[in-house]
Design a protein around this ligand. Sequence first.
Ligand SMILES: NC(=O)c1ccc[n+]([C@@H]2O[C@H](COP(=O)([O-])OP(=O)(O)OC[C@H]3O[C@@H](n4cnc5c(N)ncnc54)[C@H](OP(=O)(O)O)[C@@H]3O)[C@@H](O)[C@H]2O)c1
Length: 315
Amino acid sequence: MEAMVLDADDQLHVAEIEQPDPGPDQVAIRVEFAGVQYGDVLVKRGHFPVPRPFVPGFEASGRVIAVGENVTAHHVGDAVAALTGAGAFAEVAVADAALTFGVGDLDLRVAAGFGWVTPTAHALINSLARVTPGESVLIHAAAGGVGSLAVQFARLAGATRLTGVVSTPSQIEPANQFGYDEVILASEFPERVAADQFDVILDPIGGDTRRASLERLAAHGRLVAYGNIATFAPVSVDVNELLMAGRSLLTYNSNLLSQTNPARLANSARAALALVTAGQVRIEITAEYPLSELSTAIERLSDGTGHGKNIIRIT
Ligand SMILES: NC(=O)c1ccc[n+]([C@@H]2O[C@H](COP(=O)([O-])OP(=O)(O)OC[C@H]3O[C@@H](n4cnc5c(N)ncnc54)[C@H](OP(=O)(O)O)[C@@H]3O)[C@@H](O)[C@H]2O)c1
């Protein structure tokens, strides 16, 4: 089969490789579309130690073509979305049955865009921050994959003031389309909201943004750190100060959760998928590339100029 392979020199190229078979608790999927996500940027930059040659790709949609011996929930021919540990940028991918979800009649392009970002955004709002009606929420990287979904889940949870922070002026309009009440530039943060406090802040940025965000939390406010787009520099906090101000710092790592408690990740995915298929949450597919242009898709994601979700057409 054809697959995109990352070689020892960090170069991506299309190669002919052996088709994988599903293990006992896995399914094999004929991939129609695969989502591009920030993890692909990190893999290409060498932030994840992966064996070479390596077939990247963490999110696939397509049809089941084989099931492992213990799998009862999926059947050959089912249309599915899968969260994979690797291998989605290939004609056939294997995925754990526990992290494969039937999508019914949902457009398979949208199903590929569902990816890790949708369960993550759902978990950040509903399981971690536990947004309740009337709360205010500030979302950094507001027009990105997670941000554009988190704002919709927060609105459904009853948040009444939703503030987005974007890195470039060109992202203001796309962010507004997802339902923010106001969108500000990262260069204006935190000065522009110096007089405000927020019940919930979602932070995939890190560094000074994380420090300043903690200062902007209201009493009983929750900041969820879930990425380090800008910097991996350590951020130290005085827990006693947080305690006196009644502020909480939470973290979320869906990759780790997929290994330690896949059932919990699957619960978030199913809850999110139900809202997507009901049309209550919109996954915006903004670009579709052929497999041969994966490097271009990853570069566009890493330069921060895109918004919504980019996918790769496989078959
Ligand atoms: N912990 C988890 O479980 C988990 C799961 C999924 C993703 N993530 C992490 O979440 C982050 C966002 O993922 P995503 O899929 O939403 O990515 P994405 O769609 O690529 O969004 C990234 C956004 O970050 C903003 N940005 C880019 N460079 C920036 C910079 N230097 N400073 C500030 N903002 C910058 C841009 O948005 P704006 O212009 O809108 O600011 C860009 O659209 C990544 O760090 C990813 O690794 C974590």
